[in-house]
Design a protein around this ligand. Structure first.
Ligand SMILES: Nc1ncnc2c1ncn2[C@@H]1O[C@H](COP(=O)(O)OP(=O)(O)OP(=O)(O)O)[C@@H](O)[C@H]1O
Ligand SMILES: [Mg+2]
Length: 407
């Protein structure tokens, strides 16, 4: 099939790292310089920590780390430094020995630590890099898993990060530096109370913040240029995405570059699938809707009765057009209108209240029983606050259309 949209699909993949960072460039240069300086002075041994904030991901921790590794791979030889970058993701919280095996095999297939104890393995590694006068930077990504894992003994971590106390190199020159990449700063406080010696070893900390609209725009633009044909995208559609995810934008505000890039990819794929020759705002809107709704399962919504869907629709419509809370009376009026629109007869009080209760129990609606200053049993209702109204409406329309036929 001829592709109409993608020039190079792989450039939008999660694992691709651009050859030039437009965002976080300053941080990358700072870290690279710092590490390189230490290497050329012949005193590595730094421990650098890169971390984010709780609950924030896709903020470029891994990207920045690998980029620094690539830059060092290029720059170190120019200064006559023999260098190797080693990247380990400890997602599965392996044992120290497994980590050492990865390190050894990445340094050289010639290093054999099979069957040796961890201490022996450390010594083998230190000896090898001393002999070859090799400097290495070891990045340990998802470091929080090592701190939290009951499988990982504190003493092991200690010997890994303070390798030179365990096995001093013959010439006394430390040749290994570390970058610890952790999800958030709480992990560092945990580290401080669990292993203060290691925490105090950290000589440089970099706290990465969620991306702003402007930053996301720049990241998206670079990838669009690389991955998509010219004229298939516009700054307008990229801003739609950046505004949606940027921490200072008007949408989800989670500052996550991964989600923003995924949304662009989804929109591009859909445009291509439908044989369009450009990505219109409509494709972007759909991609954003799909992503926002990922928190609420489509199946959950499909499992609701038609009139529950209509009630939920009514609340979402109010949220979008009027604002947050509405009374049961208001809700009933909007619901009746929408039901009529879809050719359905609005149900009576008792059933209507049941729908609300059910939607409340599955946490799609917030219901506050005491409408202050209001008579009778009026409640105040709103859409669960973390649920975006617009995409919800789009999904509800889809389901209702399927169920009740085209309107
Ligand atoms: N500064 C940047 N420039 C270009 N692309 C970026 C940048 N930051 C992040 N990305 C892209 O966003 C995606 C997510 O970034 P990354 O994996 O580095 O985030 P993370 O903070 O490590 O996330 P997690 O918390 O999930 O580990 C990647 O596909 C990456 O290519
Ligand atoms: Mg990461």
């Amino acid at each position: 099939m001829r592709t109409t949209i993608f020039r190079d699909r792989q450039k939008l993949s999660e694992y691709y790292i651009p050859s030039e960072l437009r965002v976080r460039r300053k941080e990358a240069i700072l870290l690279t310089r710092k590490i390189l300086l230490r290497f050329s002075e012949g005193r590595a041994g730094d421990v650098i920590a890169i971390f984010g904030s709780p609950g924030r991901s896709g903020i470029g921790k891994t990207t920045l780390t690998k980029y620094v590794g690539h830059m060092l791979n290029e720059l170190a030889p120019e200064r006559g430094i023999k260098f190797k970058f080693i990247y380990i993701n400890v997602y599965a919280a392996p044992s120290l020995h497994e980590i050492l095996t990865v390190i050894a095999s990445q340094i050289s297939p010639k290093i054999n630590i099979r069957g040796s104890s961890s201490l022996e393995a450390l010594k083998t590694i230190v000896d090898y890099i001393y002999e070859k006068n090799l400097f290495i930077l070891i990045a340990i990504d998802e470091f929080q898993n090592l701190v939290k894992s009951p499988k990982v003994d504190d003493a092991y971590l200690y010997s890994l990060l303070r390798i030179y106390e365990q096995v001093p190199p013959p010439d006394g020159i430390p040749r290994i530096s570390y970058i610890l990449v952790a999800s958030d700063y709480l992990i560092l406080s945990e580290l401080r109370s669990k292993m203060p010696q290691i925490e105090s070893q950290i000589s440089f900390r970099l706290h990465l913040k969620p991306y702003t609209v402007e930053e996301l725009y720049n990241i998206l633009e670079q990838r669009a240029e690389e991955a998509l044909y010219e004229n298939t995208w516009t700054p307008e559609i990229l801003y739609m995405i950046a505004e949606h995810y940027g921490i200072d934008g008007n949408g989800l505000q989670d500052g996550n570059a991964r989600r923003a890039l995924n949304a662009l990819n989804t929109a591009a794929e859909q445009a291509e699938f439908e044989g369009a020759n450009r990505i219109t705002p409509e494709y972007v809107r759909r991609a954003l809707a799909v992503d926002s709704m990922a928190n609420v399962s489509y199946q959950d919504l499909e499992g609701l009765s038609t009139h529950e869907l209509l009630v939920l629709y009514a609340v979402a419509k109010h949220t979008l057009e009027e604002g947050e809370w509405l009374t049961t009376g208001q809700l009933r009026r909007i619901y009746s209108e929408i039901a009529e629109y879809y050719g359905e007869t609005a149900r009576g009080h008792t059933q209507f209240n049941m729908y609300i209760n059910n939607l409340k129990s599955i946490q799609l609606l917030d219901v506050n029983p005491s409408g202050k200053g209001m008579r009778g049993r009026t409640s105040l209702i709103r859409l669960r606050p973390d649920m975006p109204a617009r995409p919800l409406i789009e999904v509800l329309e889809n389901i209702l259309k399927k169920r009740l036929g085209g309107v």
